[in-house]
Design a protein around this ligand. Sequence first.
Ligand code: F6R
Length: 242
Amino acid sequence: MKLIEAQNYDEMSKLAAKIIIEQVQTKSNSVLGLATGGTPIGTYQHLIKDFTQNKTSYEQVITLNLDEYIGLEKDNPQSYSYYMKEQLFKHINIPENQTYLPSAKSVQDEEAGRNYEKLIDSLGGIDMQILGIGENGHIGFNEPGTSFSSTTSIVKLADSTREANARYFTKMEDVPTHAISMGISTIMKSRKIVLLVSGVKKAPILNQLFHTDVKEDLPASILKKHLDVTIIADQEALSILK
Ligand code: F6R
């Protein structure tokens, strides 16, 4: 794992955007794996700024998101579908039908995961996957204990994850209990992975990640086995490690 140290959130975001822009400039039909949550918002803002100023084109790019809540309609402001449209897609020239998020009709919809896997394969796999990390070490919504061989499937969210994400909802009961998420083996098949880590709340898990063995209790630890992982972390996130 290559570690890039950034001074702060904005520098982390700029560096991440630069890596994504280089990927798209090198391969105009890149398949990008994208994440939601608070961490990549600044990265998306820098992509938008670059698109406006330099016209980097996303006309042939395909995006596949990591995860989506179950039980929220696409136009629900809390859905990841809505988030992606607002934070990125509507500001750049990517055709809507080239942007994919997993979706499941219900928690019983077992076909949904298999279909997303088939979709990823049919698109030739993911060239570059952007990841955030949960305070409990999750990647995607693969909570601690998830098998490293997991593929896209319906997952129950850990209470701590629901609490961490409650800030976007009016009340805790509104936070969905389940999501559909790429699995760990799905993520590991990506040719390149960029993990973004920002803020003091992520300092303990980033420190653990560097000091632990690869184990299912810390899902992100599997990244140590991937040949092309870049971690971009800001000083607050690095405050225990350093
Ligand atoms: C989001 C995702 C999650 C987040 C993680 C960190 O698509 O899959 O793994 O990356 O929960 O979230 P933030 O960035 O809000 O701290």
